[in-house]
Design a protein around this ligand. Sequence first.
Ligand code: ADP
Ligand code: MG
Length: 272
Amino acid sequence: MTTSVALDVDRLAKTYRGHGRDVEAVRDLTFRVGRGELVCVVGPSGAGKTTLLRCVAGLLGASGGQIRLDGAPVTGPPAGMAVVFQEYGRSLFPWLTVRKNVELPLKEKGVGRAARAAKVDAALATVGLADSADAHPWQLSGGMQQRVAIARAVAYEPSVLLMDEPFAAVDAQTRADLEDLVRHLWRQLGVTVLFVTHDIDESVYLGQRVLVLSNRPTVILEDVRIDLPDDRHQLETRSSPQFAKLRRQVYEMIQLAKRGHRPELLHTMTEP
Ligand code: ADP
Ligand code: MG
């Protein structure tokens, strides 16, 4: 591959220290994401996906190993990174309108008033919320709130976009639209995307690669290259034989993960 490395996760370990009980969430994670790549992460619930993302976002300190973004160690939230969390309810400011919520990071970035307004309008239009700019988050449905969070991330024009099961709370139709939106933005902006999901089909549909995580304490079980054409369509792509084959491959890996398989075991397994 000729692309340069945007994200370098090297032997990442994370143990939560609790009162009397420690939880080893991530044992030894190593992977790289090239600049402009779209990589999905799937794994069983509780595998440490959110932990991984929080470490990459600089919101959580690692217990071991290192994360580098464009060569620099991540020690706090890096500039140029946007994160869309799973729990959209907590990520918007309820006392600010939709417009102000989307505008806030742009203000912090030092974008001028006129440019801010243009970017906010464009982002809200992209997620189909142009008419809700002056509403407050609590007046919107869960799916709409999540689209506000996505608009905010997009308006910021990040170089790296982290998403943690961002569509878990939205209906199927909106979800399909948002998946296509992520693909569209990725191709348009050239942004590096790390997308966490527990949905196998979604990971295959969206990704150029799918990283399958093992059970806790987490390591990478498999790095699956998704050799589907770049032009993806909800109906055609998902009904293609190639999609079915990849879906099956990831599915079987997840089944192994749930049964506690580790990479060491996989490599010593004999052919059936
Ligand atoms: P996932 O996102 O894959 O479902 P998480 O990263 O949320 O997994 O959690 C991984 C493991 O770490 C789980 O066993 C979870 O209970 C534990 N964990 C997550 N956050 C904390 C925390 N703040 N303190 C202690 N344990 C935690
Ligand atoms: Mg999670």
